[in-house]
Design a protein around this ligand. Structure first.
Ligand SMILES: *Cc1c(COP(=O)(O)O)cnc(C)c1O
Length: 362
């Protein structure tokens, strides 16, 4: 594929070139079928193999068994999960760890279904850190956490201990970006368009026993996890093409060496940028107060003035470094360095940062 920009878009975001090529080919014709991936039945043997492979590969990456966990694919984005989680699992109250805009939106939806206890929040400092103390309710139906705060650039490398209360995580912006103890979670959801594939599908990993024993019954079919678990994501027509692309991305992760390998590369990429920030602290100001909280997926920083930030983003764009403008709610600069973001792109960004510093330092 010629003319690839250095893509730092926060989402939809960069995908591996081989996955794009495989997807292009599948749109033209899927194998020897004489039909496009866009034209086949979601109930065909061919699609069955695609979706089952995706489920198997996802579980394989997490070291989870198909007896214990189901992987399902639904539409509606991660934002629909903000409502589906409490709709299915909130009996009376739930704990929410509020570390950013997405976590705030998740808690807001939950309030429609019961009592929300903010077990911790970093709102007092505009979400520039991860809370270290928690006020968990022992009788909560679940604890909800956002593992990576896409807008603010913080990431839970390990999550707080919640005891025997079910743990639910929004991993939209760092799903499969690092190794985790996946068996800790009763439910994980991730909108695909950050780190897994194109927009249009959300991957959900859910403990079978949790759905069987804890889910509420009076929930509309399409919004009920059990419907999609029992129907193996084929209760209705799922987003076939988006699932295909996610499946190819999972194969790509496996081929790259699995989660250990992609995590090592993500750490290396993050260090390249944080090192430049830390070498010029008066100029590049990392926006996360505690370095241990820094995300390896979305890196955020400021420059001395909004004018310099604008100039930085504009000049970067001229060098084909795109998608670096910070989220409209915080400003500054954000570099989204998902799994598929090549080391070469991050090298180009680090080099540009040094040059920009030399040309613009006070
Ligand atoms: C992008 C994002 C969302 C929203 O995803 P949609 O698929 O657009 O609904 C939710 N949570 C996190 C952490 C995100 O990064």
């Amino acid at each position: 594929m010629p003319n690839r920009a250095h893509n730092f878009n926060p989402g939809p975001a960069v995908l591996p070139v081989t996955v794009l090529e495989e997807s292009r080919d599948a749109v033209a014709s899927l194998g020897s079928l004489g039909m496009s991936i866009l034209e086949i039945s979601h109930r065909s043997k061919d699609f069955e193999a695609i979706i089952q492979d995706a489920e198997k590969d996802a579980l394989g990456l997490m070291g989870l068994s198909a007896q214990d966990y189901a992987v399902i694919f639904v539409g509606g984005g991660a934002s629909l999960q903000f409502a589906m989680v409490p709709m299915n699992f909130m009996q009376t109250k739930a704990d929410y760890i509020v570390t950013g805009e997405w976590a705030t939106k998740a808690a807001k939806e939950a309030k429609l279904f019961g009592a929300v206890n903010e077990a911790a929040s970093s709102k007092d400092k505009n979400f520039n850190y991860l809370p270290k103390r928690f006020n968990f309710s022992p009788d909560a139906d679940y604890v909800h956490i956002t593992t990576n705060n896409t807008i603010y650039g913080t990431e839970w490398k390990s999550v707080p201990d919640v005891g025997s209360v079910p743990l639910i995580a929004d991993m939209s912006s760092d799903m499969f970006g690092m190794k985790r103890d996946w068996s800790k979670y009763s439910l994980i959801y991730a909108g695909a368009q950050k780190n897994l594939g194109p927009a249009g599908v959300t991957m959900i990993v859910i403990k079978r026993a949790y759905v069987e024993t804890k889910a509420k019954q009076q929930v509309p079919s399409m919004l009920k996890y059990k419907t999609h678990v029992d129907g193996a994501s084929l209760y209705n027509t799922p987003p076939v093409f988006a699932i295909f692309v996610v499946g190819r991305t999972l194969k790509w992760i496996l081929k790259e060496g699995g989660l250990e390998a992609v995590e090592a590369r993500n750490q290396k990429k993050a260090k390249m940028i944080y090192d430049v920030i830390d070498a010029h602290t008066g100029f590049y100001k990392g926006s996360v107060s505690d370095k241990a909280d820094r995300s390896i997926m979305n890196l955020t920083w400021n420059l001395p003035t909004p004018e310099l930030e604008e100039k930085f983003v504009a000049e970067a764009k001229k060098m084909q470094l795109v998608g670096l403008k910070g989220h409209r709610s915080v400003g500054g600069v954000r570099s989204s360095q998902y799994n598929a973001c090549p080391v070469e792109s991050v090298e180009a960004l680090a080099k540009f940062m040094e040059e920009f510093y030399a040309a613009n330092k006070p």
